[in-house]
Design a protein around this ligand. Structure first.
Ligand code: ISJ
Length: 179
Protein backbone atom coordinates (compact mmCIF):
# COMPACT_ATOMS: atom_id res chain seq x y z
CA UNK A 1 0.00 0.00 0.00
CA UNK A 2 1.20 3.49 -0.85
CA UNK A 3 2.22 5.38 2.28
CA UNK A 4 2.49 8.83 0.65
CA UNK A 5 5.25 9.70 3.13
CA UNK A 6 7.22 11.63 0.49
CA UNK A 7 4.39 13.99 -0.40
CA UNK A 8 5.21 17.66 0.25
CA UNK A 9 3.59 19.22 3.30
CA UNK A 10 0.84 21.65 2.33
CA UNK A 11 0.93 25.08 3.96
CA UNK A 12 -2.42 26.22 5.33
CA UNK A 13 -3.32 29.65 6.69
CA UNK A 14 -6.47 30.77 8.49
CA UNK A 15 -8.72 32.30 5.83
CA UNK A 16 -8.51 35.79 7.38
CA UNK A 17 -4.70 35.69 7.21
CA UNK A 18 -4.90 35.04 3.45
CA UNK A 19 -7.38 37.87 2.91
CA UNK A 20 -4.79 40.60 2.03
CA UNK A 21 -3.43 38.43 -0.83
CA UNK A 22 -6.89 37.65 -2.18
CA UNK A 23 -9.03 39.68 -4.58
CA UNK A 24 -12.60 40.42 -3.51
CA UNK A 25 -14.17 38.13 -6.15
CA UNK A 26 -12.04 35.23 -4.92
CA UNK A 27 -12.69 36.09 -1.27
CA UNK A 28 -16.41 35.69 -1.96
CA UNK A 29 -15.79 32.15 -3.23
CA UNK A 30 -13.07 31.04 -0.85
CA UNK A 31 -14.56 32.41 2.39
CA UNK A 32 -18.11 31.18 1.69
CA UNK A 33 -19.42 28.54 4.08
CA UNK A 34 -22.62 27.35 2.38
CA UNK A 35 -22.65 24.51 -0.17
CA UNK A 36 -20.04 24.96 -2.88
CA UNK A 37 -22.00 22.55 -5.07
CA UNK A 38 -25.01 24.89 -4.91
CA UNK A 39 -22.83 27.95 -5.60
CA UNK A 40 -21.20 26.34 -8.61
CA UNK A 41 -24.55 25.33 -10.07
CA UNK A 42 -25.82 28.91 -9.65
CA UNK A 43 -22.63 30.45 -11.11
CA UNK A 44 -22.72 27.98 -14.01
CA UNK A 45 -25.79 29.73 -15.43
CA UNK A 46 -27.27 26.69 -17.14
CA UNK A 47 -24.03 24.79 -17.69
CA UNK A 48 -24.43 21.14 -16.74
CA UNK A 49 -22.97 20.34 -13.30
CA UNK A 50 -21.40 16.96 -12.71
CA UNK A 51 -19.29 15.35 -9.99
CA UNK A 52 -16.63 13.25 -11.68
CA UNK A 53 -15.25 10.62 -9.31
CA UNK A 54 -11.48 10.50 -9.76
CA UNK A 55 -10.57 8.06 -7.00
CA UNK A 56 -12.09 6.55 -3.90
CA UNK A 57 -9.97 4.35 -1.69
CA UNK A 58 -8.90 3.33 1.78
CA UNK A 59 -5.36 4.13 2.87
CA UNK A 60 -3.39 6.62 4.89
CA UNK A 61 -4.03 10.35 5.04
CA UNK A 62 -1.28 12.85 4.21
CA UNK A 63 0.53 14.03 7.36
CA UNK A 64 -1.20 17.43 7.42
CA UNK A 65 -4.59 15.77 6.87
CA UNK A 66 -4.06 13.36 9.76
CA UNK A 67 -3.07 16.29 11.95
CA UNK A 68 -6.14 18.30 10.95
CA UNK A 69 -8.36 15.30 11.73
CA UNK A 70 -6.54 14.55 14.99
CA UNK A 71 -5.70 10.98 13.99
CA UNK A 72 -2.39 9.11 13.87
CA UNK A 73 -0.74 8.84 10.47
CA UNK A 74 -1.03 5.04 10.56
CA UNK A 75 -4.80 5.11 11.00
CA UNK A 76 -6.72 3.99 7.95
CA UNK A 77 -8.79 6.66 6.26
CA UNK A 78 -11.52 6.83 3.63
CA UNK A 79 -10.31 9.05 0.79
CA UNK A 80 -12.39 10.48 -2.03
CA UNK A 81 -11.16 12.67 -4.85
CA UNK A 82 -13.50 14.33 -7.32
CA UNK A 83 -13.64 16.99 -9.99
CA UNK A 84 -16.63 19.32 -9.92
CA UNK A 85 -17.28 19.98 -13.60
CA UNK A 86 -19.41 22.46 -15.51
CA UNK A 87 -20.19 21.35 -19.06
CA UNK A 88 -17.43 18.75 -18.68
CA UNK A 89 -14.70 21.22 -17.59
CA UNK A 90 -13.32 20.81 -14.05
CA UNK A 91 -13.75 24.08 -12.11
CA UNK A 92 -12.87 22.62 -8.69
CA UNK A 93 -11.06 19.49 -7.58
CA UNK A 94 -11.74 18.20 -4.09
CA UNK A 95 -10.30 15.60 -1.77
CA UNK A 96 -12.16 14.44 1.30
CA UNK A 97 -10.58 12.34 4.04
CA UNK A 98 -12.30 10.73 7.02
CA UNK A 99 -11.04 8.31 9.68
CA UNK A 100 -12.17 4.86 8.53
CA UNK A 101 -13.21 3.88 12.06
CA UNK A 102 -15.90 6.62 11.95
CA UNK A 103 -17.27 5.68 8.53
CA UNK A 104 -19.20 2.51 9.44
CA UNK A 105 -22.88 2.79 8.67
CA UNK A 106 -22.49 6.13 6.88
CA UNK A 107 -22.72 4.65 3.36
CA UNK A 108 -20.15 7.09 2.06
CA UNK A 109 -18.85 4.62 -0.50
CA UNK A 110 -22.30 4.58 -2.08
CA UNK A 111 -22.16 8.28 -2.97
CA UNK A 112 -20.59 7.56 -6.35
CA UNK A 113 -20.99 10.63 -8.53
CA UNK A 114 -23.55 12.29 -6.27
CA UNK A 115 -22.20 15.41 -4.56
CA UNK A 116 -21.00 14.88 -1.02
CA UNK A 117 -22.04 18.48 -0.31
CA UNK A 118 -25.66 17.91 -1.37
CA UNK A 119 -25.84 15.09 1.18
CA UNK A 120 -23.84 16.83 3.93
CA UNK A 121 -25.77 20.08 3.87
CA UNK A 122 -29.02 18.16 4.40
CA UNK A 123 -27.79 16.88 7.78
CA UNK A 124 -29.44 18.92 10.54
CA UNK A 125 -26.59 18.33 13.02
CA UNK A 126 -23.85 19.41 10.58
CA UNK A 127 -21.06 21.53 12.06
CA UNK A 128 -18.30 23.16 10.06
CA UNK A 129 -14.90 24.11 11.48
CA UNK A 130 -12.83 27.15 10.47
CA UNK A 131 -11.65 27.55 6.89
CA UNK A 132 -7.96 27.41 6.04
CA UNK A 133 -6.42 28.47 2.76
CA UNK A 134 -3.41 27.57 0.62
CA UNK A 135 -1.92 29.00 -2.56
CA UNK A 136 -0.18 25.69 -3.31
CA UNK A 137 -1.62 23.33 -5.94
CA UNK A 138 -3.23 20.05 -4.87
CA UNK A 139 -1.08 16.93 -4.46
CA UNK A 140 -3.71 14.58 -5.85
CA UNK A 141 -4.33 16.05 -9.31
CA UNK A 142 -2.15 17.71 -11.96
CA UNK A 143 -4.14 20.92 -12.33
CA UNK A 144 -3.57 24.68 -12.22
CA UNK A 145 -5.26 26.17 -9.19
CA UNK A 146 -5.80 29.71 -7.95
CA UNK A 147 -6.67 28.93 -4.33
CA UNK A 148 -7.20 25.89 -2.16
CA UNK A 149 -9.18 25.71 1.05
CA UNK A 150 -10.04 23.12 3.64
CA UNK A 151 -12.36 22.72 6.60
CA UNK A 152 -13.61 19.98 8.83
CA UNK A 153 -17.26 18.93 8.79
CA UNK A 154 -18.79 17.01 11.68
CA UNK A 155 -21.95 14.96 11.52
CA UNK A 156 -23.15 12.04 13.65
CA UNK A 157 -19.74 11.18 15.10
CA UNK A 158 -18.07 11.48 11.70
CA UNK A 159 -15.32 14.02 10.91
CA UNK A 160 -14.66 14.79 7.26
CA UNK A 161 -11.79 16.97 6.12
CA UNK A 162 -12.90 18.53 2.83
CA UNK A 163 -10.23 20.19 0.68
CA UNK A 164 -11.30 22.13 -2.39
CA UNK A 165 -9.07 23.70 -5.04
CA UNK A 166 -10.46 26.38 -7.35
CA UNK A 167 -8.98 25.95 -10.82
CA UNK A 168 -7.80 28.49 -13.38
CA UNK A 169 -10.44 27.10 -15.77
CA UNK A 170 -13.09 28.43 -13.37
CA UNK A 171 -11.32 31.80 -13.18
CA UNK A 172 -11.30 31.95 -17.00
CA UNK A 173 -14.97 30.96 -17.35
CA UNK A 174 -16.15 33.49 -14.74
CA UNK A 175 -13.62 36.22 -15.64
CA UNK A 176 -12.11 36.13 -12.13
CA UNK A 177 -8.60 37.47 -11.40
CA UNK A 178 -5.74 34.94 -11.10
CA UNK A 179 -5.63 35.39 -7.28
C1 ISJ B 1 -18.59 20.02 0.52
C2 ISJ B 1 -19.25 20.14 -0.60
O1 ISJ B 1 -19.26 19.12 -1.48
C3 ISJ B 1 -18.61 19.18 -2.69
C4 ISJ B 1 -18.67 17.81 -3.25
C5 ISJ B 1 -17.65 16.91 -3.04
C6 ISJ B 1 -17.76 15.47 -3.40
O2 ISJ B 1 -18.77 15.05 -3.98
O3 ISJ B 1 -16.84 14.70 -3.08
C7 ISJ B 1 -16.47 17.36 -2.46
C8 ISJ B 1 -16.28 18.66 -2.11
C9 ISJ B 1 -17.24 19.65 -2.42
O4 ISJ B 1 -16.82 20.77 -3.03
C10 ISJ B 1 -20.04 21.34 -0.95
O5 ISJ B 1 -20.85 21.29 -1.86
O6 ISJ B 1 -19.85 22.38 -0.26
Amino acid sequence: MQTQSCAPIARWLPVTAARPAMSLPWWRWVASTDSLTARLIAAGEGRKFRVRLLRQSIGFAFADEAMALGIGQRRYAWRREVALCLDGTPWVVARTVAPLAQCRGQRLEQLGERSLGSWLFQQPDLKRGPLEVTSQPPRFAAVDSCWGRRSRFQHAGLSLLVQEYFLTAMADALALPSR
